[in-house]
Ligand binder design. Structure first.
Ligand code: HEM
Length: 291
């Protein structure tokens, strides 16, 4: 697929927070701007979505009894969508780049009742359907101790008038949008290896639908070649100081563990330090949107 001009202003929103508590809520009220985003990559992303939906089953799922929530979602999105239930979900999915997950409360906990996940970051909706927020996050080291109670309380208290957002980020070897399974990270030996990485980030929003009380969790996937970070000196400096002080657990959460952080620090550090041993400048490579 050919690449469109991508802007990477979102890199300025990355939460790069040093400190021992490596998992944070990081939710903020959306003050301005639209709920769902249309940008220069959206058309390409929608094309990729169409291809992936044709090639893979079970990227869109809905538990029984939630058709009304889908209608309410479609109204909130302000899009035209045909049919009802799963058919309507499929139709709505094809109108936006975001992934959308629907969370409902059974009186004691919030669980995943449906949605679509076409650009998964190493998980699948099939694996998590029906699971509670706590179980969904079971593979996340530290979630139970640091976030579970806070996230559950946030869900309980979320009102219908405000939309909230948060962001995550990771150093990935592969810039592909479609990553349904856990991947093992490549060892990085030096700055040249690190120059091939991408930063994958999800802009996530949360809002509650007033009629069905379903909470809509949206995920907009964004990918930038790491060179974009190096070209923002303030950002690169914050990242270097984060990587220097982070615990191994925090590094693992960012896919920068097992010594990978050292190569990344080397790559993001100022030029005179980075190439002092006669290394050559790595090729600048901007990946296109891909699977
Ligand atoms: C306030 C809401 C939420 C918070 C604070 C939160 C927090 C987190 C954190 C800290 C991680 C670790 C990776 C990262 O740094 O992002 C994570 C991963 C994840 N979150 Fe959430 N999350 C929230 C809502 C949700 C919802 C509604 C879903 C619904 C499906 C979800 C699904 C996942 C999945 C699937 C992973 C990856 C799990 C894996 O590795 O298998 N999260 N979340």
């Amino acid at each position: 697929m050919s690449s469109a001009t991508a802007t990477f202003d979102w890199l300025d929103e990355l939460p790069i927070t040093p400190g021992p508590r490596h998992l944070r809520m990081g939710v903020r009220g959306l003050r301005e701007g639209p709920w769902l985003i249309r940008d220069s990559l959206t058309d390409q992303e929608l094309d990729l979505k169409t291809q992936l939906l044709a090639e893979h089953d079970s990227l869109i799922l809905l538990a029984d009894g939630w058709d009304h929530a889908v209608s309410e979602l479609v109204d909130a999105m302000g899009v035209e969508a045909e049919g009802s239930g799963l058919e309507m979900l499929d139709s709505a999915c094809r109108t936006v780049a975001e992934d959308v997950l629907l969370m409902a409360n059974d009186g004691s906990k919030w669980s995943l009742v449906g949605g679509w996940l076409v650009f998964p970051n190493q998980w699948s909706i099939e694996d998590k359907l029906g699971k509670s927020l706590a179980l969904i996050h079971d593979p996340i080291d530290g979630y139970g101790e640091m976030l579970q109670e806070k996230a559950d309380t946030f869900f309980d208290r979320l009102g219908t008038t405000r939309i909230f957002w948060r962001r995550n980020w990771f150093f990935h070897d592969d810039g592909g949008y479609f990553q349904p399974e856990k991947m093992k990270n490549r060892p990085l030996h030096d700055a040249v290896d690190a120059s091939q990485l991408v930063i994958r980030s999800e802009y996530q929003t949360l809002r509650r639908l007033p009629e069905t009380d379903v909470i809509v969790f949206t995920v907009k996937t964004q990918v930038a070649p790491i060179v974009e970070m190096r070209e923002r000196p303030d950002l690169a400096a914050s990242m270097v100081s984060f990587l220097r002080s982070a615990t191994e657990r925090a590094l693992a959460n960012k896919d920068a563990d097992d010594g990978r952080h050292e190569a990344i620090i080397d790559y993001l550090s100022p030029l005179d330090l980075r190439f002092e041993h006669g290394r050559t400048e790595p090729a600048r490579e901007v990946p296109s949107i891909g699977r």
